[in-house]
Design a protein around this ligand. Structure first.
Ligand code: APR
Length: 232
């Protein structure tokens, strides 16, 4: 299998999706065991669902927080976290809301789809919510329901976050995608941007998808096996 010396590259982007956390025990969204096979996103992951029944949506997200906290980062998370600490040109762009990258090492991650660990009051803004249980479903100051600070189906993406992710990907010379089905835009277009910039593009995913042909190399392995071998 290919091995990579991180120092041979100036700017490295790890672009991760739900498959990055799968070996930690966090379910993916699609495919076998996928969250959207078990739960209808229309009832749990869109603004309309929250407006109809905020309590049900918050309970679902509280359950997700508990199940994520019961999981631990795997060796692949530690490879990425250690590289991010050592190499000034490493950036992590994730579609994941689970915070698993950060738990492997305290470093900055561009979170495209928000975070399970934040809530948003329409009046008092965003607050961190790092614990298993929400302190309260309602804002202590104004009584409004607190909405998970997550990009749900039908939501606008945070344009500042997308610009920052795109800017970084335009500069990279190595782009490594890990565990994404390439089904959700604009994230699905990121490998193409990297490729057009001339970056070496590597996909780590046990299964092929519509975006796989863009990559220079496809490593059909699980993240927790592939990442430690790639950067040994
Ligand atoms: N290692 C690497 N990849 C894996 C592993 C693993 N151990 N296990 C599964 N995968 C791959 C699957 O083959 C699949 O291609 O991870 C991918 C997971 O795909 P999705 O569940 O669609 O997750 P993702 O691409 O992150 O979804 C994007 O969709 O519902 C929204 O907002 C949600 O951020 C999410 C977005």
């Amino acid at each position: 299998m290919t091995t990579i010396k991180a120092d041979d590259y100036e700017r490295i982007v790890f672009f991760t999706g739900a498959g990055m956390s799968a070996e930690s025990g966090v379910p993916t969204y699609r495919g076998r065991g996928g969250i959207w096979n078990q739960y209808r996103w229309e009832e749990y992951a869109c603004q309309e669902a929250f407006d109809d029944n905020p309590e049900k949506v918050l309970q679902f997200h509280e359950l997700r927080r508990q199940s994520v906290l019961a999981c631990k980062p795997h060796p692949g998370h530690f490879v990425v976290a250690n590289l991010a600490k050592k190499h000034p040109g490493v950036a992590v762009v994730t579609q994941n809301i689970d915070g698993m990258h950060q738990r492997a090492g305290n470093f900055e991650v561009i979170e495209m789809h928000g975070s399970l660990w934040r809530v948003r009051c329409p009046i008092h803004g965003i607050a961190d919510e790092p614990d298993e249980k929400y302190k309260s479903f309602r804002c202590e100051q104004c009584g409004n329901w607190l909405r998970p600070d997550i990009i749900w189906f039908g939501d606008m993406l945070n344009q500042d976050v997308i610009h920052e992710a795109t800017r970084i990907i335009r500069q990279c010379d190595l782009f490594i995608s890990v565990g994404t089905s390439g089904a959700v835009w604009p994230a699905a277009g990121f490998p193409k941007i990297a490729k057009e910039q001339g970056a070496r593009c590597i996909e780590i995913n046990p299964e092929a998808n519509d975006m796989s042909s863009i990559y220079d190399e496809n490593l059909r392995e699980a993240a927790g096996n592939a990442l430690p071998k790639l950067f040994e």
